[in-house]
Design a protein around this ligand. Structure first.
Ligand SMILES: Cc1cc2nc3c(=O)[nH]c(=O)nc-3n(C[C@H](O)[C@H](O)[C@H](O)COP(=O)(O)OP(=O)(O)OC[C@H]3O[C@@H](n4cnc5c(N)ncnc54)[C@H](O)[C@@H]3O)c2cc1C
Length: 393
């Protein structure tokens, strides 16, 4: 088996993992980033998500800077160079940045390509951890060229599902399937008839009616709609439950077809429209999280709590995708933000392991706010900086 030593291993190349790896490499750490997909960006570049949330504070003035600065600002600038017309937009009480999957993928790939101390392995999966005395000593990676073993001094779990922490034997938390928030699946609809500006209200209304009449599967009552860049383009976000896997993905495709033919029958704008593309899979909003030295709570978020060891700020609301009630928002006090302490990134029981992104130590309610991309990027950056600080200590 090939051996590849590094100072820092980052598992998972979603937005958190890329930012962790970039921050660490720029601080001088010899860094290896391992990502299962052939591309970088994780959920952010496979889910047809359209808006980066969690970048900005709230209030009446349109923000010109991100809450956390650093790499989030760099990524925003990189996206602006590729699509200058996509600018910060207010949605209800919060600000979001519209973006395109392919632009984010390119920006992340270019940033990584510029770092001399960063090596990226895509299409590669961390499969095994060699740990002893509460430390990770080495990690086995399945690569397209065969298995690889890497010895490492520090590691960061950015797998979105605490996969590295679980392999290292750390305690993790995962809500039972029946209590987990709904998963999501986005489809792009092309060929919409131009002229109906109220589809974001009409689609959920008619979907609820269709469910009441027994014409649609019950969870389709939570379908949301938002318009695309082109006048004849729109996106429908479907909600699904059940275990991750092929059966659920197949159900998502079946429901998409049922949904479109129903909308065609009730809304003239959908007559002749078709499915122009779909997300790559049904995506989990709530995955496994590490048990950290501190676990962030919904109360911390809603009371805008500050911490002495704070590393990241966030003003995104608690956004619960509830199985019986659909989406519910609970807001951080306007103009304020809460802080995420370093303790949420430090994994209990494994001294050289940090977590960042969607799998930090948080209750399901807190995760419903911390999981958005802007926050995951900032968490990744801070984990990368903290890891190199630990290496040099
Ligand atoms: C349906 C849905 C809609 C959403 N909508 C929005 C939105 O509109 N705006 C927004 O800002 N956020 C949204 N989010 C949240 C956000 O997209 C994610 O929470 C965020 O992108 C998570 O980033 P991450 O880097 O922590 O994890 P992920 O994006 O999950 O990345 C983790 C990466 O780790 C890799 N990986 C896993 N295990 C291994 C392993 N063993 N070895 C190597 N690699 C591994 C995976 O392939 C993946 O690429 C949404 C989430 C969902 C599910």
């Amino acid at each position: 088996m090939t051996t590849l030593p590094c100072e820092l291993l980052v598992a998972g190349g979603g937005v958190a993992g890329v930012c962790a790896a970039l921050a660490a490499a720029r601080s001088g750490g010899e860094t290896l980033l391992v990502e299962s997909h052939p591309w970088l960006g994780g959920t952010g570049t496979t889910g047809m998500l359209r808006h980066i949330c969690g970048l900005y504070g709230t209030g009446d003035t349109v923000p010109t800077e991100t809450l956390n600065g650093g790499l989030t600002d760099e990524i925003v600038k990189g996206l602006a160079r590729r699509a200058p017309l996509r600018t910060v937009r207010k949605m209800g009480q919060v600000y979001v940045l519209p973006y395109e999957d392919s632009d984010l993928r390119t920006v992340l790939t270019d940033l990584c390509g510029a770092e001399r101390k960063l090596r990226v392995l895509t299409s590669s999966t961390v499969t095994e951890v060699v740990a002893g005395d509460g430390r990770i000593d080495a990690v086995c990676v399945a690569t397209p060229d065969g298995p690889l073993r890497t010895t490492t001094d520090m590691a960061i779990d950015c797998t979105g599902n605490a996969n590295l922490a679980a392999l290292a034997g750390a305690t993790c938390n995962l809500s039972p399937p029946a209590e987990r928030q709904l998963a999501g699946f986005t489809i792009r609809v092309n060929g919409l008839r131009v002229g109906d500006d109220l589809l974001s209200i009409k689609v959920p209304y008619f979907c609820a009616k269709g469910v009441e009449q027994g014409l649609l599967p019950p969870l389709l009552r939570f379908t949301t709609f938002f318009s695309g860049d082109d006048a004849d383009e729109g996106f429908c976000k479907l909600s699904l439950d059940g275990e991750e896997g092929h059966e659920r993905d197949q159900r998502a495709h079946d429901w998409s077809r049922i949904l479109l033919s129903y909308l065609e029958s009730v809304l003239p704008a959908f007559r002749g429209a078709g499915i122009g593309g779909t997300a790559q899979a049904v995506l989990e909003r709530e995955g496994r999280r590490v048990l950290g030295e501190y676990t962030l709570t919904g109360d911390d978020v809603l009371t805008a709590r500050k911490f002495p060891d704070a590393v990241v700020k966030n003003a995104w609301p608690v956004e619960i995708w509830d199985r019986s009630k659909g989406t519910r928002y609970q807001y951080v006090p306007e103009g304020d933000f809460y802080e995420i302490p370093l303790g949420c990134l430090r994994v209990q029981g494994v001294s050289n392991l940090l977590a960042a992104g969607r799998c930090i130590s948080a209750t399901p309610a807190a995760l419903a706010s911390t999981r958005v991309m802007g926050t995951c990027m900032a968490l990744g950056e801070q984990a990368g900086l903290a890891a190199v600080w630990c290496l040099r200590k």
